[in-house]
Write a protein that binds this ligand. Structure first.
Ligand SMILES: [Zn+2]
Length: 357
């Protein structure tokens, strides 16, 4: 039956923030909340297993002390949310260790159901065994010192992917602000240390994530990196002119490098008006998917949900809702081979080429 076959295919996801959310909102029992399920997060193990979520990049993000409520700043004309200042190294490191510990505790308590994966073979093996494959990612290199000692410490603990900046600036580069509408071409490129970090990541086979980086920084990475270009959770700027999204020129560079873009489900990075409203329809996700396929080819598009980082469209709601995207793509006539690439194979291919087999 049309639209049914794709409903339960396994998928791999480029971005979630469940570790931070578990620490903040399930603070008495973050491990048990993930493993047994809860009513708070958009992703937990029982819902992941029944939804076909085979794994993903699990972000470690050190929040600022300052908190600005996105919804307070938005109007029909757009928004401009203040950017918190850089955070001190010791705070970033303390919070990073807490989230690394949490994922290791989840793995240890999972009786083999959750596995921290260090290369693409680990991921494929975990998926074959029905284990949830988690790849550790840091969203912003704020915890990395200028001598890169922390890079080795975290690599040993499983880190395989780095966003050089979250939107907040750091010693390596400048991120895009939360403002709309806006070009991503705001601020200077990578610092000299940032350029060295690119080489250090390439040398260790760590994925470099371009989501959140400003455009000059993007072109610095494009010039310097020896790996395919990857934006784990960003959409098409042409359809939603948020600086978090990618211009056609950036998409071309990603395509030319054999890279991947993970589709972000956050309404503010999908809707043409840029507003954070759960009413954004599924058809908007399909429009970005088709646009990205047109500009990146069918090997360059993947998922990057942003679960537990932001409000979801009401048709998706949480990890349980992802399969409706595949069913809808199938109804539009997209071949099942292409849907399987978007759901799983493209991430595995680009991870093989970045973090290794
Ligand atoms: Zn993000």
């Amino acid at each position: 039956m049309i639209g049914k076959a794709m409903q339960n295919i396994p998928f791999f996801d480029g971005h979630n923030d469940v570790l931070l959310r578990l620490l903040r909102e399930c603070f008495d029992q973050p491990v048990a909340s993930f493993l047994s399920g809860n009513q708070v997060t958009q992703l937990d193990l029982p819902r992941a297993q029944s939804a076909g979520f085979s794994g993903g990049l699990f972000a470690v993000f050190a929040p600022s002390l300052e908190h600005y409520d996105f919804e307070e700043y938005q109007s029909p004309q757009g928004y401009n949310v203040p950017m918190p200042p850089p955070i001190p190294l010791d705070r970033a490191q303390k919070l990073t260790f807490e989230m690394f510990d949490l994922l290791h505790d989840i793995e240890a308590g999972s009786e083999g159901q959750v596995r921290i994966c260090r290369n693409a073979t680990d991921i494929k093996d975990a998926t074959a065994k029905g284990q949830l494959a988690a790849v550790l990612h840091i969203e912003g290199a704020d915890c990395i010192d200028a001598d890169f000692k922390m890079l080795d410490t975290l690599y040993e603990r499983g880190l395989r992917s780095i966003g050089l900046v979250w939107s907040r600036n750091n010693i390596f580069g400048n991120g895009v602000p939360f403002q709309f509408p806006s070009t991503p071409d705001i601020g200077a490129g990578l610092t000299e240390l940032g350029k060295t970090l690119v080489a250090e990541c390439n040398r260790r086979r760590m994925l470099i994530d371009l989501s959140h980086l400003n455009e000059k920084g993007f072109w610095d990475v494009a010039d310097l990196s020896t790996a395919p270009l990857v934006a784990t959770h960003s959409n098409a700027h042409h359809l939603c002119p948020s600086p978090r999204n990618l211009t056609d020129k950036q998409l071309k560079a990603i395509a030319d490098s054999g890279g991947v873009v993970g589709i972000n489900f956050a309404p503010c990075f999908l809707a043409a008006d840029g507003l954070l409203q759960s009413t954004v329809p599924l058809s908007t996700i399909l429009a970005h998917t088709n646009y990205l396929v047109d500009h990146l080819g069918e090997d360059g598009v993947a998922l990057g949900s942003d679960f537990d980082g932001i409000m979801m469209p009401e048709e998706i709601r949480d990890v349980s809702g992802v399969s409706i995207i595949f069913a809808a793509l199938e109804r539009t006539g997209m071949p099942s081979k292409m849907i399987e690439k978007i759901a799983y194979n493209n991430w595995i291919r680009v991870l093989s080429q970045t973090i290794g087999v």
